[in-house]
Ligand binder design. Sequence first.
Ligand SMILES: [Zn+2]
Length: 290
Amino acid sequence: MASLGVDLGGTKIEGVALDDAGRPLHRLRLATEREHGYEHIVGRVVEVVAALRPHAPDARVVGIGTPGSLSARDGTLKNSNTTCLNGRPLREDLEARLGLPVRLENDANCFALAEARDGAGRGHEVVFGVILGTGIGGGIVIGGRVWAGPQHIAGEWGHHVIDPAGPACYCGQRGCVETMLSGPALEAAYRAETGVDVSAAELARRADAAATAVMDRWLDRFGRALANVIDILDPDVVVLGGGLSNLDLLYTRGRDAVARRVFNDELRTPIVKNQLGDSAGVLGAALLVA
Ligand SMILES: [Zn+2]
């Protein structure tokens, strides 16, 4: 049976229809336009699904990946950085508008699922998928299935506090991994030292003293944060995704930083780049229904 997947992000909504062998039949992207609020975003998702359905007329369920997760208490969305979605019955409202059942899952979990099944984590039993981008997410896949936990927060390392004196996070804490390791945080650290705005990729190429100091600190924090996860989960592989996963030094100096912090005399865990690129999230959403 064909399947429909939607990746509902803060800036874009991506959709894909897959045939029964998992091959893309049709895909499209729309801007989320989140500044227009909750009802508008729901309408945008409905538009995407309406455009996909003729390509997968036998699809009976829609898989949706988005930041945050559904509350076990009342089924409303929580923890999304698109904060206008929080506290709203997103799945129920989408099911009512679409006339189809919706499986909704955290976007990092969708990323981890796609990479575990068809990407860099294939063949591994326990996969920790990491999103390093505008936000920081994480998802756990065990035996080819998402492990979300009874509270739907499993893998959310982005809100581990690594510096209680650090910057305020939208989640209410200070110094979360997300506020220290995200792309905007990295760029802000360099701007604070130099007054100069450069992208994370450019920063990684620069050899000036400020760039070196900022990158050293960032890699050390990456090592501290990821070692904490590995100490708990001891996954068979860690797959990195998101825009910052293209920084090659994560796999050399970043890995060394993890090895220095992990509770072991060596680090055997492979830390690898994703294979599915930007598509992993939406492919994972479609796999939720497969
Ligand atoms: Zn936080």
